[in-house]
Design a protein around this ligand. Sequence first.
Ligand SMILES: [Zn+2]
Length: 129
Amino acid sequence: MLIRPEHQGDAALLAHELEHTRQWWWLAAPTALLAGVLALVPALADWRPWLGALAAFGLVLQGVHYLLLPPYRRWSEIRAYRITLAHAAPVHFERTLRFAAHALAHHYWLRLSEDEARRLLLAQSRTHR
Ligand SMILES: [Zn+2]
């Protein structure tokens, strides 16, 4: 995870990116674990190179989902921006919500209007506030 120097110390951004890292782990870890367990099965010894490939595939699974599947990208970013909003001080909540809705509507190829993005962010965040 890389954060530009001008954004170092931005706790909300860090939490947003950590959520994406968590999402990456949720796809990578089960795939790597499955490959590891299967590699221990003596009957599958000849398949070990393919199991290594399966583990490697797990490492790129989140990226593939994110790039190719707009519903996944939408889910991923709504979750991450909900965390960004949770870090906003009450006095900055509305400004942060406007920023997040604008970003979701214009920077992620999600075909969302700002109003729809705003509704999704609030629908999600209310359950966790
Ligand atoms: Zn994000």
